[in-house]
Structures are given as C-alpha cells and as structure tokens.
Design a protein. Structure first.
Length: 121
C-alpha cells in the first residue's frame, strides 16, 4: 500500500550465511514493504490517544458536576427547614450541573465517534 506522499516504509533483514565449517561466507538479505503495517500502527496510536482523552473527560470533567448535584441533594435531605428561596437556589444549581453534564456527555460521544472514524481509515 502506497502512502499518499509516495514514500514507503521498508524493513531490511540481513543474515549471515555459513559454510559446513561454520564460517561466515556471505550475507543473505530480505527486504519487505511494511508501509501498511506502519499505517495501521499509526491509526492505533491515534485511537489510543482519543480513548485516553475520553477517559480523562469521564474521570475529571464528569465528576465535578456529579459531585455538585450529590452535594445539593444531600443539603435537601438534611435540612428540612430551608426557605423556598434557598430551595430554588439549590434546584437552579442542580439544573446548571445537569446541563453541564449534558454538554460533557455530548463532547464524549462526539470524540468517541471521531475515534471510530479514525479506526475505519
């Protein structure tokens, strides 16, 4: 398989050739075009990078809004005598965090789709 720039990867192997007395009398070589293998390796590296990025987003970006929602739910559970204004404030914060989660999830899905595209090339 040719690269778009016309350049190829080649693997050269050189082996000694021995006579019956185990003396080296020459060399044998083998040349193989490994361009396709190198392209697959590159695609795998790109896919791995995309997956690392998705994993980072899941572990860091998702955690913050989830922690906010959990904390606000805990406040609702433990404080029965909060004012209506304070409850509205908590609900608004939870709504903002849920919307933030929605944006992050869409980004993750988009990156995952890009990653699938990279693998198909």
């Amino acid at each position: 398989m040719e690269r778009t720039d016309g350049l190829n990867w080649w693997q050269l192997s050189i082996y000694p050739v021995y006579d019956k007395q185990n003396n080296i009398i020459g060399l044998a070589n083998n040349v193989q075009n490994i361009t396709e293998r190198k392209q697959r390796e590159h695609a795998i590296l790109q896919k791995n990078e995309a997956l690392r990025s998705i994993a980072w987003q899941q572990s860091h970006e998702l955690r913050r809004p989830v922690a906010t929602i959990l904390g606000l739910c805990n406040l609702f559970e433990n404080y029965d005598e909060e004012s209506i204004e304070m409850q509205k404030k908590y609900i608004n914060c939870m709504l903002q965090s849920a919307e933030e989660l929605d944006v992050i999830i869409h980004k993750i899905v988009s990156k995952a789709n890009e990653s699938e595209y990279l693998n198909d090339e």
